[in-house]
Design a binder for this molecule. Sequence first.
Ligand SMILES: Cc1cc2nc3c(=O)[nH]c(=O)nc-3n(C[C@H](O)[C@H](O)[C@H](O)COP(=O)(O)O)c2cc1C
Length: 369
Amino acid sequence: MPVSAESISLHLARRQEGYGRGGRMAFEKDMVTITSGLRHGLTMGSPISMSLANRAFQKDADNWPVVMSAEPVDEAVERITIPRPGHADLIGVQKYRFDDVRPVIERSSARETAMRVACCAIARDFLNYFGIEIGGHVIQLGNIGYTGWDSIRETSSALLEAGGEKLFREADKSEVRCLDPQLTEQMVDHIKKKRKQGSSLGGIYEIVITGVPAGLGSYVHWDRKLDGLLAQAILSTQAMKGVQVGLGFEAGKLSGHEVHDEISWDGSTYRRKTNRAGGIEGGVSTGMPIIIQGIMKPIPTMLTPIKTVDIDTKEEVDTRYERSDVCALPRAVVVAENVLAPVIANAFLEKYGGDSIAEISERYSRARS
Ligand SMILES: Cc1cc2nc3c(=O)[nH]c(=O)nc-3n(C[C@H](O)[C@H](O)[C@H](O)COP(=O)(O)O)c2cc1C
């Protein structure tokens, strides 16, 4: 399979864009270098290795190589003793018996999502061969958002027809990755307001996956249900607190007639007249676009401090502030798009897998003819 650093860098660059970023992002430019697994741009079966230079760390502080030295160092390195609420800081120190929050900060940081985006971009390219496209957009930022499922569908249904790529390219035109220009303005203003107050924001995004054939996933075992696997991928990402498939939580407030999608036959295939199930029934893709929403909590690092406890003195202190995003939701959309790609790719390979793109294509077209 062809793999290129440019294709991976597209999504890395998208992950870096979005209103609400902190100062650090202004000079942190992610560049991936592929160091193994390819020959002349094609995979050959060995693991693909990539390295991602983090220029921010190089410029951040002169003593960074000492703070994060792999070897023991002679000089004293300042310990971090003030854990940030909402981060893994305190629980990480308790669980692993550290006397310094630094190793927790470094390991639990959402910086890790840069490499996840890079790795998952390969799965995303694989899906593109088979016309499966992923696109995401912001539907709620703080208290600003669409009124509900129907209003989201009104704005996005034409783009859904055009495919996931068209949808993400359109959403990328908005500073906050929202398809509605008026909501975009309000969301940007809301971020400005919360930035002034020294606070932060989260929200909800929607990811659609188009071109997914019917029959991926299964209802026969708990661990093969496609919706369960997609939800796990979202919740495995920093700051994600909930997932909805299709109508999701709204379905709990409605009657059966308002929720279930009627089935029709168009002469050659089954269709659903609506897609409130979000493209999955019984843990199996129905052939309709997969629609899944993720909820991100507000960023824990805030300019206006809240209370915490110094792990040395056990005294109540104010939180420390480090450069941070006010709202990372627009960037999290790209992370979510990418982490879902290997889930779909694995389910696709389980059904149509082969030893080469050509072989998989043959099986796939035979199954569809
Ligand atoms: C793309 C992205 C960027 C983030 N940027 C920041 C940030 O700048 N500052 C911060 O405090 N938290 C940031 N977070 C959130 C924290 O990583 C997250 O709240 C923390 O890891 C604890 O989350 P958890 O309780 O869900 O594990 C970001 C998360 C994501 C997905």
